[in-house]
Design a protein around this ligand. Structure first.
Ligand SMILES: Cc1ncc(COP(=O)(O)O)c(C=O)c1O
Length: 386
């Protein structure tokens, strides 16, 4: 089969490939512990499910506007204005299926072939994939352990050229759990304003933060007209399979993204958008309990990893991932990830699944029970001390 040439520029998410291999091993009778998946192991809170049922019964089963249900867009605008400390209105919001379409469509709408886009590396692999897909030049900005996986802002500035169209940031971060400080965001905002650059701020882990406050670059002066904020219900409300997310951006760009949606998916399922209103306006105790449990697990996994010879691990301040340094084990990241799955029955990801600067690391998701995390740590320790 001869696919269109552009398909050769499309990357993927290794997590789905490792998941497939782990499922295959399970089908062969192995007991696998899953630490590869980036999704909460909690169920969607009951009141959100009830709201979706109710909406279906009330007839929210038809097409809706491509930019989203006006009441839901207004609820998102209110949520962002309050949570990020800025003034956003419904016309700035586009509702899409998950956070991913904003990455795809935001880049499609703004990046011409040859334009440069700076992105975090290690980082969510879809950024690099989509930049390459539209013919842009993907420019990696290294995130280093020595800097707690935050950008080195001077290094970031050195990557800017007259062709730089966009900088992508993600805090709290996947895969490292790193969090950008307010000073980091101020420096990035200055860079963007001085050089007339767009910022795509990917914030799906905004509520999964264990210390300090979440800051968004959107709230900084002069940034509203050059920022695309994206967020979703996947992580904070344990709604990965619902496919519900949104972007916040200047109204003219929001209209362009809605047009892309008209061409692709038409709109997000109407009853799911009604459930989104219930999520934003209903009780938040389930989210709070989930974050408290993630924090407990973070400490178990960080302490356990630091107790394994050859492995050292920072204590991340956000998201539900750890990114341990494995260079002292003598294995490459890829070798060790494969060995841990095949020989210790624990599914983890190689740091290189998130870019070349992830070499020397693994990514483990702690969206699993404390019992399973402890058993996984026992298996990995046994493998490495044999
Ligand atoms: C940093 C980051 N951005 C975007 C997404 C995509 O989220 P969604 O599943 O809502 O499309 C993820 C999912 O893992 C992520 O980690």
């Amino acid at each position: 089969m001869i696919l269109a040439k552009r398909m050769s520029n499309l990357g993927t998410e290794t997590a789905f490939e490792v998941l497939a291999r782990a499922k295959q091993l399970e089908a062969e009778g192995r007991n696998i512990i899953h630490l590869e998946i980036g999704e909460p192991d909690f169920d969607t809170p009951r009141h959100i499910i009830e709201a979706a049922y109710q909406a279906m019964k009330e007839g929210w089963t038809h097409y809706g506007p491509s930019a989203g249900d006006p009441e839901f867009r207004a609820a998102i605008a209110e949520h962002i204005s309050k949570s990020r400390g800025c003034s956003v209105s419904a016309e700035n919001v586009v509702v899409v299926p998950g956070a991913k379409p904003i990455i795809y469509w935001g880049i499609t709408a703004l990046v011409d072939p040859g334009d440069e886009v700076i992105y975090p590396n290690p980082g969510f692999p879809i950024y690099e994939s989509m930049i390459n897909f539209v013919g842009g030049k993907a420019v990696p900005a290294p995130l280093r352990e020595a800097n707690e996986f935050r950008f080195d802002v001077q290094e970031l500035a050195s990557l800017v050229t007259p062709k730089t169209k966009m900088i992508i940031i993600n805090s709290p971060q996947n895969p490292t759990g790193g969090v950008l400080s307010r000073e980091d965001l101020e420096a990035i905002a200055k860079l963007a304003i001085d050089n007339d650059i767009w910022v795509m701020s990917d914030e799906p882990y905004e509520q999964i933060l264990y210390e300090g406050e979440h800051y968004s670059i959107l709230a900084l002066e002069g940034m509203a007209e050059r920022t695309i904020l994206l967020d979703c219900f996947s992580k904070s409300f344990a709604m990965t399979g619902w496919r519900l997310g949104y972007g916040v951006m200047p109204a003219e760009l929001a209209a362009a993204i809605a047009k892309l949606q008209t061409n692709c998916t038409s709109c997000v399922a109407s009853f799911i958008q009604r459930a989104g209103i219930a999520a934003l306006q209903g009780p938040k105790d389930a989210t709070r309990a989930m974050v408290a449990e993630f924090k407990r697990r973070r400490d178990v996994i960080v302490d356990g990893l630091n107790d394994i010879p050859g492995i050292s691990c920072l204590r991340p301040r956000g998201a539900f991932y750890v990114f341990p340094n494995i260079t002292q084990t003598g294995y490459s990241s890829r070798e060790l990830a494969t060995k841990i799955l095949e020989e210790a029955n624990v599914a983890v990801l190689s740091g290189t699944a998130f870019g070349e600067y992830g070499d020397g690391y693994l990514r483990l998701s702690y969206a699993n029970s404390v019992e399973n995390i402890q058993e996984a740590l026992r298996r990995i320790k046994e493998l490495l001390t044999q």
